[in-house]
Ligand binder design. Structure first.
Ligand SMILES: Nc1ncnc2c1ncn2[C@@H]1O[C@H](COP(=O)(O)OP(=O)(O)OP(=O)(O)O)[C@@H](O)[C@H]1O
Ligand SMILES: [Mg+2]
Length: 269
């Protein structure tokens, strides 16, 4: 039986901005029901890679394949239309809008037609509540509650549930656990596994090697725009991964940084 083509694949993609080479010769593949962890230090090119996957930037060179077919995105809308959803770190949800409005963000169901068409808020609230409950958020009982009153983890869940509701096949998560405490991060990681089990292809961007190793099936480490390592689950120890992410920085130093970080109750898991 022929192997199924990746949902999306970049082959030998490079990207330059006015003399800065943000990506050089990067090849990655995202498969259905699999989590690709994208690791790398600040400035490594992670966001640039996401922007190419989601149609914000065209590559300077190299090729994008979707379902095995060579593709050029003319806009983020076109990428979304192919089922590529991105949850950005900061702008995943809008605090001063309700749960229901955040869930639909301009795509609310309507009632009536022609000049009588108006938003069906009641229906939007029912659907939004139903969907986020399906992903384990039971504390919210009112669709008109403001998102600003929810925890960081709950907000991530809303953004992910929304992407799923609108038919995502490829879910790109930019540092979904970085601003979260231990329990909240665990919730989000569990949710990401649930989404994987539905056959979605996931790109999980993180600085946190532990989080990556808890859920990743495949790992790609970016360093100064290039792929410095690519490996499958179980092929490397956490120490090796930390070393790779640091691009030569000593493991002991990283462990010390991590220990400090964990004292803040941030990244531990
Ligand atoms: N629109 C742009 N114009 C010019 N340079 C850019 C642009 N976008 C990114 N760069 C440069 O490309 C390089 C990679 O940036 P990128 O934002 O992709 O890194 P990153 O891995 O997401 O980092 P971080 O962890 O800090 O978010 C950096 O040197 C950055 O300054
Ligand atoms: Mg970035």
């Amino acid at each position: 039986m022929a192997e199924r083509a990746p949902l999306i694949e970049l082959r030998n993609v490079s990207k330059s901005f006015a003399g800065i080479q943000a990506l050089r010769d990067v090849s990655i593949a995202v498969h259905a029901g699999s989590i690709l962890c994208l690791l790398g230090d600040n400035g490594a090119g992670k966001s640039t890679l996401i922007k190419i996957l989601s149609g914000f930037h065209p590559p300077s060179s190299g090729v994008i394949f979707v379902d095995g077919a060579e593709t050029r995105f003319s806009s983020p809308r076109e990428a979304r239309g192919l089922g590529i959803a991105t949850v950005h770190q900061e702008v995943g949800t809008i605090p001063l809008m309700s749960v229901a409005r955040n869930f639909f963000l301009g795509a609310e169901p309507t009632k009536g037609w022609g000049p009588f068409r108006h938003l069906d808020i009641a229906r939007a609230e029912t659907i939004a509540l139903e969907q986020i409950r399906g992903f384990g958020i039971t504390r919210v009982t009112n669709g008109d509650q403001l998102v600003g009153t929810l925890s960081g983890g709950e907000r991530q869940v809303i953004a992910i549930a929304r992407a799923m509701y609108f038919g995502a096949r490829i879910l790109i998560l930019d540092e979904p656990t970085s601003a979260l405490g231990v329990k909240e991060a665990a919730k989000v990681l569990t949710l990401v596994k649930t989404v994987r089990a539905k056959g979605i292809g996931i790109v999980f961007i993180t600085h946190n090697a532990r989080h990556a190793m808890l859920i990743g099936d495949r790992f790609v480490v970016l360093n100064q725009g290039g792929v410095s390592a690519a490996f499958n689950r179980g092929e490397k120890s956490r120490e090796e991964v930390l070393n790779l992410m640091a691009g030569g920085k000593q493991t002991e130093q990283i462990e010390a940084d991590l220990a400090l970080f964990e004292e803040d109750g941030q990244g531990a898991l």
